[in-house]
Design a protein around this ligand. Structure first.
Ligand code: FPP
Ligand code: K
Ligand code: ZN
Length: 485
C-alpha cells in the first residue's frame, strides 16, 4: 500500500538516529507496538522476533503491485525520459494533440467496429461524449444535427424518456445523454417534454432519490440525470399526479432530495452511490454536488447537506503522487476520467465554501499543474490515432477523451458562481445552474502549468459539462413550463 500523507508526516524529515530517539523511551527501548517496521528499530533486523514483524514494509498485496506497475509505466513519461515521440512545447511538455483528438472523436461518431455492440444500450453516451469533447477542443458539431435527430427519434418512447436504442426501455442515463446531445445541436424541440415529465415522476422515490429506470436501481446518478432534464427542459417541479412518491406525501421533484444526498456521505468524507453505506467514489461526488448546484446556490445548499471539511479532505486525498491525476477512490489507481469526476468537482466545492472562505482566497485547493502534466504526458495516445486514455497501458476511447479534456478545462479555467444571480425565476424555475462565469487563468499561471497560450482548452460548464453558450441556449429555449399539467 502506498504511504499516506499521515505516514509521511509521522516520518517527517528526521534522520534515522533522530527517528529512533523519537520512538524510544528514555532507556532507548523502542515503544512496543509502535512502528514495527524494521528500519525504525535500533536493533539489527535479524534480531527482530518474527512475531513483532506484523507489517513489514516489503509486504506486497494486489493493490501495492498494481500501484507499483502504474508508477513504473507513468514515471518515464512524467519525467520526459520517454516522450513517445510527441512534439514538445518550450517547457518540454507534449503539446495537446488537438487535431488528432478531434479526428478520434469525429471517428467515434461514424461507423464503429463490431466490438462496440457491447455499448449498444449506451449509444446515446457516444453522441454526448463526441459532441462534448469536440466542443472543448473548439470544434463545431452542428454538422451532426440532422443525423442526430434521425438517430435519437426512434429511441424516444411514447410513455416518456429515451432508451439506448429503438425498442429499449427508457433509462435515465440514455435520456440524459440524448437531451444533452440534442441541446448541443440546438434540437431540443424534438424532446417530448410532457411525457418525459410523466416518466420522471415514476422514478422519484419516497426517500427523495430517483431510480435509473422503472423498477431499476436507485442511486445518485438518477437524481443528477433527472435534474439535468428538469432544468434543461424547464419541466414543472410539481410531481405528476401519477407519481408514486405522491402517495408518500411528496409534492415536488426536489422534496427530500437534500436529505437523501446527505445520507450518501461516507465515513471517509466522500460520496457513495446510494444509502446506506456504499463506497465513496469520485463520480458520485460530482453527481451529488452537481445535483445540489441545480437546486440552489452552492454556498447555501451544499454545506446545508454535506460536511464540507470532510469532503474537501477526501477529494484532496484522491490526487495521486507521483502521477498527478486523480484516482476515483481510496487505494485505487490514477485514471484520466477522474480529471472530470473529481477535477471538475473542485469548482463546485470551491463555490460551496463561499467566496470568503480562508481555504479559497488566492489559493488553489488542488494541484492543477500536476493534473495537466499527467494528462499531456501520460493520457494522450501517441502515433496517428489520437484520443486520450485512462493511463499509458490502456487504449483511448470517447469517454476518457472527453472527461480528460473536461478536467483539463477545470485546471486551465476558473469557474465561479455569481452569488448575485437569481436562484428562481418569477415562475419558480430553478436558476442556480445558470449563474456560473468562466475565465481563463492568466498567462503566467498557464506557464506555471508548463502550457503555452496555444494549449488552452475551451470552457466546460461545471454543472452541465457542456459549452457555456449551449447552457445559455437552453436557458432561453423554454421560457415557461409550456404545457398543461
Ligand atoms: C468504478 O469503476 C466506477 C464507478 C463505480 C462510477 C461510475 C459512474 C460514473 C462514471 C458517473 C456516471 C455519470 C452520469 C452522469 C450518470 P471501476 O471500478 O472500473 O474504476 P475504479 O477502480 O477507478 O474505481
Ligand atoms: K478505473
Ligand atoms: Zn476511467
Amino acid at each position: 500500500m502506498a504511504p499516506t500523507k499521515d505516514d509521511d508526516s509521522l516520518a517527517g524529515d528526521l534522520n534515522e538516529e533522530a527517528r529512533i530517539e523519537e520512538l524510544s523511551d528514555e532507556d532507548g527501548i523502542p515503544f512496543p507496538g509502535r512502528h514495527l517496521t524494521k528500519s525504525y528499530l535500533p536493533i539489527p533486523p535479524w534480531l527482530v522476533p518474527s512475531s513483532l514483524d506484523l507489517f513489514p514494509e516489503d509486504h506486497q498485496t494486489a493493490t501495492s503491485e498494481a500501484y507499483t506497475k502504474v508508477q513504473a509505466e507513468c514515471l518515464p513519461h512524467l519525467l520526459g525520459e520517454d516522450t513517445q515521440d510527441l512534439p514538445l512545447n518550450k517547457y518540454r511538455i507534449p503539446h495537446l494533440r488537438r487535431a488528432q483528438h478531434a479526428a478520434f472523436l469525429h471517428a467515434s461518431l461514424g461507423d464503429l467496429p463490431s466490438a462496440y455492440i457491447a455499448l449498444d444500450a449506451a449509444r446515446p453516451w457516444v453522441f454526448y461524449w463526441g459532441f462534448s469533447g469536440l466542443t472543448v477542443l473548439g470544434e463545431s458539431v452542428m454538422q451532426y444535427r440532422s443525423r442526430l435527430i434521425n438517430t435519437v427519434r426512434p429511441m424516444q418512447n411514447p410513455l416518456g424518456g429515451f432508451g439506448g436504442g429503438h425498442g429499449q426501455t427508457s433509462h435515465c442515463a440514455a435520456s440524459y445523454a440524448c437531451v444533452l446531445a440534442l441541446a448541443m445541436v440546438d434540437a431540443l424541440e424534438h424532446v417530448n417534454r410532457r411525457t418525459i415529465w410523466h416518466w420522471l415522476g415514476k422514478l422519484k422515490q419516497a426517500n427523495g432519490g430517483f431510480r435509473m429506470a422503472e423498477n431499476a436501481e436507485e442511486d445518485v446518478r438518477g437524481a443528477y440525470c433527472a435534474f439535468i432534464m428538469i432544468t434543461v427542459l424547464n419541466l414543472p417541479l410539481e410531481l405528476p399526479p401519477s407519481s408514486p412518491a405522491r402517495r408518500a406525501g411528496l409534492q415536488r421533484f426536489d422534496d427530500k432530495l437534500g436529505d437523501y444526498i446527505s445520507t450518501l456521505q461516507t465515513w471517509e468524507g466522500g460520496i457513495g452511490a446510494s444509502p446506506p453505506c456504499s463506497e465513496a467514489h469520485g463520480a458520485y461526488a460530482f453527481l451529488a454536488l452537481g445535483t445540489l448546484a441545480m437546486i440552489d446556490a452552492p454556498h447555501i445548499i451544499i454545506p446545508k447537506y454535506l460536511d464540507l471539511p470532510a469532503l474537501l479532505r477526501w477529494m484532496a486525498l484522491q490526487q495521486t503522487s507521483p502521477e498527478g491525476g486523480f484516482a476515483g477512490r481510496t487505494n485505487k489507481l490514477v485514471d484520466a476520467c477522474y480529471s472530470q469526476w473529481i477535477g471538475g468537482t473542485w469548482s463546485l466545492l470551491q463555490a460551496a465554501l463561499g467566496p470568503n472562505a480562508p481555504e479559497v482566497q488566492g489559493k488553489d485547493l488542488w494541484n492543477k499543474a500536476a493534473l495537466v502534466r499527467y494528462l499531456l504526458t501520460c493520457s494522450q495516445q501517441p502515433g496517428k490515432k489520437g484520443g486520450m486514455r485512462d493511463k499509458p497501458s490502456t487504449r483511448p476511447d470517447g469517454y476518457h477523451t472527453t472527461y480528460a479534456l473536461a478536467g483539463m478545462s477545470a485546471a486551465m479555467n476558473q469557474y465561479t458562481y455569481d452569488a448575485e444571480g437569481p436562484v428562481r425565476d418569477e415562475r419558480g424555475r430553478l436558476m442556480a445552474g445558470f449563474n456560473w462565469k468562466a475565465e481563463g487563468v492568466e498567462k503566467k499561471v498557464l506557464a506555471g502549468m508548463g502550457v503555452e497560450e496555444s494549449g488552452r482548452v475551451g470552457y466546460v460548464h461545471p454543472v452541465y459539462v457542456m459549452p457555456f453558450d449551449v447552457v445559455e441556449g437552453f436557458r432561453e429555449k423554454f421560457p415557461s413550463c409550456g404545457f398543461e399539467v
